[in-house]
Design a protein around this ligand. Sequence first.
Ligand code: NAD
Length: 486
Amino acid sequence: MTEFKHFINGAYCGSQSGKTFENRNPVDNSLLGLVHEGGRPEINAAVSAAKAALTGPWGKLTQANRLALLHKVADRINERFEEFLVAECLDTGKPRSLASHIDIPRGAANFKTLSDTLINDPTEAFSMDTPDGTGATNLGFRKPKGVIAVISPWNLPLLLMTWKVGPALACGNTVVVKPSEETPATTTLLGEVMNECGVPPGVFNVVHGLGPDSAGEFLTQHPDVDGITFTGETRTGEAIMRAASVGLRNISLECGGKNPAIVFADCDMDKAIEGTMRSAFANCGQVCLGTERVYVERPIFDEFVRRLTDTAKGLKLGVPEEEGVNMGPLVSLEHKDKVLSYYALAVEEGAKVHLGGGVPQMGGELDQGAWVEPTIWTGLSEDSRTVKEEIFGPCCHIQPFDKEDEVIEMANATVYGLAASVWTESTSKAIRVSQQLDVGIAWVNSWFLRDLRTAFGGAKQSGIGREGGIHSLEFYTELKNICIKM
Ligand code: NAD
């Protein structure tokens, strides 16, 4: 039986309590292995290893050597690409075609992304007058923040974890990672890569476990954690913010969304259909940036609904390794129950179901898995729960609109503010509308197009803070001002 162990101070270990939980394959609910559940002893050991490593060989590395080491980590992930790919697909059930294009290569690249920013971004310097006329100079100086707790979700396990670990380490911090209980595999494997590349013990630590009253909560409460970076649900973000308030620790929160797409009549319809197909159904709809609300200008509404439905009918559901598959199962049976409860709710709330709404017949063992149908609705009111709440499944509701002001109001009528897509061939309209949307990221005629130097994060209840490029540098370092009197 495979065991997913903690990785603390450069070595794999089980839990003192002997407690484990199951990791199951969402494709057919078969058992993949047992995950050790970390408690306070494991969190204490990991945080103290991370703290000690700050002043050990890691803390003494030059910036150039540290970045070279992280480039080696990226290269080693790519050398072991197939193992990471298999592990990610077993944990999530996602198509190999998707994970081999996004999850694993981006997961590796995250160890290189901040290098250029670190090397090229100047810190501030100000000269000032003083009453005695000699003057003074102020120099900005960046230090690592210290021990960073990284709490990550299950939808893009390697990518979203390294999106934080890469920049945190590039800035000279050490980390303790608590990966999602649903997807422990690739984070565990990364420990081996760290050792192979010669990353000193204690720099990268992993403790498995659950959230409340388990490893997640114990980690965020630990007084020697200097900063917490989290991706996951908004409610969990609130709990983490409360924990971080004790001792005034820094937080970066990337949380949920209920993202709109706005499709104007002057759009390139082919592009809008292709983009909305990806934004609604990629990764079985389990992308924080995904579109669950589509607003279409009335003259093209019927055509858009018909074309999106026809195209979505062509989605091929299947196991990760099957050729031509573009949709896998949801991550777990628990999440399947949640998504199906919204499929039932949508009908109760009066939706017209254009596609899906249920469970596909996959046949054989696969019928034990977490499969749901891609689903398209129209006809719901804007205050229905289906339109208001994050479902995180392969589904969207399409609403017609008549006026620009009206659609901006509808798009903004949510507690969330992560991302939006605007589809129009008019540049001025695209800019005007994007500027009025209360979101952290607005795409025009695209979706999920990411330049890793740009700010990533959400407005309103979708998060606090930004990561990416200079913004990661801000979060993962402490900026000190040194004032020198002449
Ligand atoms: P989740 O909040 O349930 O879990 C995320 C992580 O937090 C897990 O590791 C979990 O064990 C841990 N956790 C749970 N309770 C905790 C607590 N009290 N203290 C400390 N840790 C705790 O989220 P999920 O279901 O894994 O992921 C899906 C959610 O993540 C969706 O809401 C999605 O929108 C969001 N998400 C956001 C982004 C973004 O960048 N904004 C990206 C991906 C996913």
